[in-house]
Design a protein around this ligand. Sequence first.
Ligand SMILES: [Zn+2]
Ligand SMILES: [Zn+2]
Length: 81
Amino acid sequence: MVVVLWREEWLKPLSDFEIGSESCKYCKKRFEDINFVTSCEFCEIGIMHSSCADNHVLNNHKEEVINKIKSQRERRLHDYQ
Ligand SMILES: [Zn+2]
Ligand SMILES: [Zn+2]
């Protein structure tokens, strides 16, 4: 079964303080030019490229993601009753 997850996202330039570091916490590459970044909702790893965050979440938080999918499904079922 295919699960498609919507990552709620909007573009917002971050201040140096919010970024906290000049490199991605996942791939360790320095940010250059324009980067799409996000943080992990399950841990405090810090700012990562959006694509790196996807890998990070799939590798480190698969269980949390599955639980989240389940709880959303249950909520939706509940709404229809
Ligand atoms: Zn990265
Ligand atoms: Zn994480």
